[in-house]
Design a protein around this ligand. Structure first.
Ligand code: DSN
Length: 412
């Protein structure tokens, strides 16, 4: 039975090696991150915080957690960090519970317009526990209109304003958000989950300079293990956040994951990582321009970060679900995604979201992404032509062969 599990893991490894991974929230971690996350630290209970634990034998996990905090505060130039959240959703829940009372008003971007489930969707705890109101993107440009956000904030007087998104391809002006939050007396929270790696490399305004509190996941552009993180410069806020994370909503921290986070933070301080993030952004522009040249409609008409939102309905009269499935057939993985003013549902959608973080880790360069753009365009425009799809599959295999990954990792 145990072998069965390792056989499945090996099959998943091969799937990852043999497909072009364009899900904007995924990446390939380093073998050192894998090693730390797969370590004996998983055996240790360490409820509490360094030097204040509810269990004995925490001397070394204290060292690990202190190192993770030291590295991440240096990386983002911020005073305090809580590295224990098991996920981005948990990190967001902790911040809401630390700063708000049930029913308090929050202003955020809705899921449909590019926000996240935990930014107030009715199906999430967030939309149930708090009164979320949403700013939208401009109809023409699909970009945030800061004057409109300001007007709404002044009218509604929320207790907290949330900036950050899961499917927004443009820079976000956190300084402007801070000004708006200050004008209406709200806290400013930034969820930088998607762009954390780009921020770490200094290629996007750093929200830690402007927000009262910042949350993120560690596994997207930041390229660490799956997990969450909370950052702030405010001593009162970190005290409340710490109490909320433990014992408020979590029990024992996952010390093996915290060790892997520390490895990722250390890696993110290297020159190689900065170069990598520059390539992530350049590659996204190339992929975007190639699709535009092939006649595809891109939401916001471009990208400033790692992701591209494609309106496949207007481009090739397919739903996002259909496009995702057809690309899957030729070895390209992406996800269907709502676009602003989408008339469909999250399970169907009119768009697909593409990201360059994972394949840039594998070494894909601008030429490779040009080829990927052409393959995607040809595939979606000829989705019922088996001969063309077979040919595209070979083209996918050819690029992948040039950029192997996890060759020394085996579960057999
Ligand atoms: N599911 C993640 C994403 O794909 O953006 C966010 O949690």
């Amino acid at each position: 039975m145990v072998e069965e599990i390792f056989e499945i893991i090996e099959k998943e490894k091969k799937r990852q090696q043999n497909t072009i991974e364009l899900i904007a929230s995924e990446n390939f971690v380093s073998e050192n991150v894998l090693k730390a996350q797969g370590s004996i630290l998983t055996n240790k209970y360490a409820e509490g915080y360094p030097a204040k634990r509810y269990y004995g034998g925490c001397v070394h996990v204290d060292e690990i957690e202190n190192k993770a905090i030291e590295y991440v505060t240096k990386l983002f130039g911020v005073r305090y960090a809580n590295v224990q959240p098991h996920s981005g959703s948990g990190a967001n829940m902790a911040v809401y519970r630390a700063l708000l009372n049930p029913g308090d008003k929050v202003l955020s971007m809705s899921l449909d317009e590019g926000g996240h489930l935990t930014h107030g969707h009715q199906m999430s705890f967030s939309g149930n526990d708090y009164k979320f109101i949403h700013y939208t993107v401009e109809k023409e440009t699909c970009q945030i209109n800061y004057d409109e956000v300001r007007k709404l904030a002044m009218k509604e007087k929320p207790k907290l304003i949330l900036a950050g998104a899961s499917a927004y391809s443009r820079k976000i002006d956190f300084a402007e958000f801070r000004d708006i939050a200050r004008s209406c007396g709200a806290y400013l929270m930034v969820d930088m989950a998607h762009i954390a790696g780009i921020v770490a490399a200094g290629l996007h305004q750093n929200p830690c300079k402007y927000a009262d509190v910042v949350t993120t996941t560690t596994h997207k552009t930041l390229r660490g293990p799956r997990g969450g993180l909370i950052l702030t410069n405010n001593e009162q806020i970190i005290k409340k956040v710490n109490k909320t994370v433990f014992p408020g909503i979590q029990g024992g921290p996952l010390m093996h994951v915290i060790a892997a986070k520390a490895v990722c933070f250390a890696e993110a301080m290297t020159d190689e990582f900065i170069e990598y993030q520059k390539n992530v952004v350049k590659n996204a522009k190339v992929l975007c321009d190639t699709l535009k040249m092939e006649g595809f409609k891109i939401i916001t008409n471009g990208t400033d970060n790692h992701l591209i939102l494609v309106d496949v309905k207007k481009s090739v009269n397919l739903t996002g679900k259909e496009a995702e499935e057809i690309l899957d057939e030729i070895g390209i993985t992406c996800n269907k995604n709502m676009i602003p003013n989408d008339p469909t549902t999250p399970f169907i959608t009119s768009g697909i979201r593409l990201g360059t973080a994972a394949m840039t880790t594998r070494g894909f360069d601008q030429n490779d992404f040009r080829e990927v753009g052409k393959i995607i365009a040809t595939c979606l425009s000829n989705n019922d032509n088996k001969k063309i799809l077979d040919d595209l599959k070979l083209r996918v295999e050819k690029i992948l062969e040039k950029h192997p990954i996890y060759e020394g990792v085996s579960y057999e």
